[in-house]
Design a protein around this ligand. Structure first.
Ligand SMILES: Nc1ncnc2c1ncn2[C@@H]1O[C@H](COP(=O)(O)OP(=O)(O)O)[C@@H](O)[C@H]1O
Ligand SMILES: [Mg+2]
Length: 338
């Protein structure tokens, strides 16, 4: 459906000061693919480039370099009208914070009706019916149509945002941390709604989160971002069973499941600036396996036949696990046994 090839996104650095004229390297040589009906999970800490990737995937952001392919065609070479009509209706996006994603002055009915009007879907009557159907799909009562977003709870607002994303019957939904701005008590409901809709409508999905444990269970494939670089990618099961990149291992151990990871890896030191990222492997300044070789060049992808790839000079393998009890004490990490 959508393929990103060697995408770079550089933003102008915000604000003044020392780095006034510098670029923020939000994404560097990122390549991912979303197949029909498949769920791609995207994880990484805050600032790793997840939202930038979401914006590139949905055509909201034109990459500085690289190619976005939509059903094989180069998206940014399509005439603007076709791009809006074909791509704009095939891909929907759900943002992190529904209180800023919905126009506070529009009633819910208008919000859901808007994409149908813009794309001239069906007759007046059909549009009205579709709006009611959308409300029903996301489990909201009919009177919600007359409400303003501000009169709804965060969970209800996110349901409206999901309904809006589905209005034009997209093939793919990109959900950018769709529950992290919500009350803990409603997160599971909204997540379940998304998963239920995915199954019922046969949607492809890009599910973005900073929580690798949630993502692994919801995704077919997993991609791990660190400072704008994809450092590991593969079938979710394979990545979870045997993370190859130390950063992926650290993410898993930060939120341990009951049976695995009795030892926690705690990353120390600051995340380096995306204005001036480290040479070579960007994770090396926080990695307990890093040596001089890691500073020379970003490691090329190496992987297995099932498409499990990693970019690492010293990947974790069977013979060199992350935290061998008899091994040397890692330098840049603290260990605690839980
Ligand atoms: N419009 C922008 N202008 C300048 N810098 C930006 C802009 N958007 C994002 N960035 C920077 O790009 C990097 C990646 O941001 P983002 O994609 O939002 O990451 P994430 O969603 O993983 O937190 C960050 O360093 C962020 O500060
Ligand atoms: Mg984000």
């Amino acid at each position: 459906m959508i393929r990103l090839e060697n995408i770079h996104v550089r933003h102008k650095a915000r604000g003044g000061g020392l780095f006034r004229h510098d670029a923020v390297h939000a994404l560097t040589v990122a390549s991912v693919e979303v197949a029909k009906g498949e769920t791609l999970g995207l994880v990484g800490e805050s600032g790793s480039g997840k939202s930038t990737l979401a914006r590139v995937l949905t055509g909201l952001q034109k990459p500085t370099e690289g190619t976005v392919r939509f059903r094989g065609e180069d998206l940014w070479r399509l005439p603007a009208a076709r791009r809006r009509k074909e791509f704009g209706t095939a891909v929907g996006i759900v943002f992190q914070d529904p209180s800023t994603a919905l126009n506070p002055r529009m009633r819910v009915g208008r919000i859901l009706r808007d994409p149908l009007d813009v794309h001239r879907r069906g007759t007046e009557r059909e549009r009205e019916e579709r709006v009611e159907e959308l409300l029903d799909l996301v489990g909201l009562p009919g009177h919600t149509l007359r409400a303003l977003p501000g009169q709804l709870s965060g969970g209800q607002q996110q349901r409206v945002a999901i309904a809006r994303a589905l209005a034009l019957e997209p093939d793919v939904i990109v959900a950018d941390e769709p529950t992290s701005a919500l009350d803990v008590s409603v997160r599971a409901q909204v997540l379940n709604l998304l998963m239920d809709l995915r199954a019922r409508l046969g949607l492809g999905m890009v599910f973005i989160s900073h929580d690798i444990q949630t993502v692994r269970h919801l995704s077919d494939r997993l991609a791990v971002l660190y400072l704008g670089r994809i450092v590991e990618e593969g079938p979710a099961r394979a990545v979870a069973a045997g993370p190859a990149h130390p950063y992926t291992e650290a993410l898993f151990s930060a939120t341990p499941s009951l049976l695995e990871h009795t030892q926690r890896i705690i990353l120390t030191g600051p995340v380096p600036s995306a204005v001036n990222p480290p040479s070579g492997c960007r994770f090396r300044t926080r990695c307990w396996k890093a040596d001089d070789a890691c500073a020379t060049a970003f490691p090329a992808a190496e992987g297995t036949a099932d498409g499990h790839r990693r970019h690492c000079v010293h990947p974790l393998t069977e013979d060199a696990p992350a935290l061998s009890p008899s091994g040397p004490t890692p330098v840049s990490i603290a260990r605690s046994t839980s």
